[in-house]
Design a protein around this ligand. Structure first.
Ligand SMILES: Cc1ncc(COP(=O)(O)O)c(C=O)c1O
Length: 413
């Protein structure tokens, strides 16, 4: 029977019962029926402060391009040069045939930039956490996660042979309570996001590190949203707190400030050596393509040489956040260029995202399970390259739409 014929039969739920759940899955259709479906939107331009959607220009407030480097001519040139020299792919894993001198240069540069002994790069940030956590946490070990840790930290812990415990969000006292009650584990690792990706709040690293040390636990920080953003020189959340020597491992991704795709983990040379030879997402997956590695490498130099970018990013963040708060929006506990607008009801958040799109502003809708149920958000994020005019346009849109949906009081006439 042809694949098509089989699919037609399966839709009548006669054949292959395994797929029944797919045919019964109606969530996206239900949202589409409201007219507010805003996922997988198709962008026709680069991730600049303005993007083109269905031929219209929108202010982009939904990108992780914090330093505005994804369309930077120097970064693009580096990627093009790498394609010219090395071709379009590595045709294999880092472990066997896929390691280029370019990867080694990038790793040495990242180790130096992060002020760590060594670093290893993976093809995505997601793969870093899956591979590193699952190979480090063995049978008899316990990994402690913040309840709001990113999905790939949770999945990495799940893939490990150790126990997984979760502590209350940003609550070092709860972590301490759990570690105190843990008498059996052979080894303990605490993993937190430096900057939490949905609400932009920051892990209380000084308290977490102190508690971890008390119980001889290792500390790993996922700084996907902190690299290039946090700290006096953009080296991330550990630098922000003056704790670069106190955390054991820092992971980062190239998909945000570093204008590319891929990820890395940096720390003690012996630990990195272990990860390099044990992380299955590194060994059994193709190497980061030359263009991606070269683009990421170019951004390290720019992050170092152009601190004014970070300055502009923070100026924009303060301006936009102050504007939203003045209008009366609840912006949670953010301490970073990720600025949430707490909405509550899923449908209201979906409606706002659609209406903001109509008003010329691109923002993202964040629903459960990415946030706790009943805490639907609009996630915005700033770029160094936003101009004040972009932010003013966005604030106007937010004011109008906020009143329409009743999040802000209606204007009295
Ligand atoms: C906190 C955090 N960690 C890891 C990742 C995964 O990074 P990547 O996009 O490079 O796979 C993300 C990206 O969404 C993230 O927000």
């Amino acid at each position: 029977m042809s694949k098509l014929a089989r699919a037609a039969r399966a839709e009548t739920a006669e054949a292959v019962p395994f797929f029944e759940k797919c045919y019964r899955y109606e969530d996206p259709a239900r949202v589409r029926a409201t007219g507010f479906y805003s996922f997988f939107r198709v962008i026709e331009s680069a991730q600049d402060p303005e993007v083109t959607l269905h031929g219209r220009r929108l202010v982009m407030l939904g990108s992780n391009n914090y330093l505005g480097l994804t369309n930077d001519p120097r970064v693009k040139e580096a990627a093009i040069d790498a394609i010219r020299k090395y071709g379009s792919g590595c045709a294999g894993s880092r472990f066997l045939n896929g390691t280029l001198d370019l990867h080694v240069r990038l790793e040495n540069r990242l180790a130096e930039f992060m002020r760590q002994e060594a670093a290893v790069t993976f093809s995505t940030g997601f793969q870093v956490n899956l591979g590193a956590i699952s190979c480090l946490v063995g049978k008899g070990d316990t990994v402690y996660l913040d309840k709001q840790d990113h999905a790939c930290i949770i999945d990495g812990a799940r893939l490990s042979f150790g126990d997984v415990r979760k502590f209350k969000h940003n609550d070092a006292a709860d972590l301490r309570r759990q570690l105190r009650n843990d008498h059996e584990s052979r080894g303990r690792l605490v993993v937190v996001d430096g900057v939490f990706s949905m609400e932009g709040d920051v892990a209380p690293l000084p308290e977490i590190v102190a508690v971890a040390r008390e119980f001889a636990a290792g500390v790993m920080v996922d700084d996907a949203h902190g690299i290039g953003v946090m700290g006096p020189t953009g080296r991330g959340t550990a630098e922000h707190f003056g704790l670069e020597r106190d955390v054991d491992l820092i992971m980062g991704t190239f998909s945000k400030s570093m204008a590319s795709v891929g990820g890395f983990i940096a720390g003690n040379a012996r630990v990195i050596e272990y990860i390099k030879h044990r992380a299955r997402t590194l060994i059994f997956s193709a190497a980061p393509p030359p263009a991606s590695a070269a683009a990421a490498l170019a951004t390290v130099d720019i992050m170092e040489r152009e601190p004014e970018r970070r300055q502009r990013l923070w100026d924009n963040t303060r301006y936009f956040l102050a504007g939203l708060r003045e209008l009366g929006f609840d912006t949670g506990e953010t301490r970073s260029p990720v600025v949430p607008i707490v909405v509550g009801e899923d449908l209201t958040a979906l409606r706002m995202v659609k209406r903001l799109e109509e008003e010329g502003v691109f923002v993202n809708c964040v629903l459960s399970p990415a946030t706790p149920p009943g805490r639907a958000l609009i996630r915005t994020s700033l770029m160094a390259t936003h101009a004040r005019a972009h932010l003013d346009r966005a604030l106007e849109g937010f004011e109008k739409v906020g009143r329409e949906v009743g999040l802000l009081r209606a204007v009295e006439v």
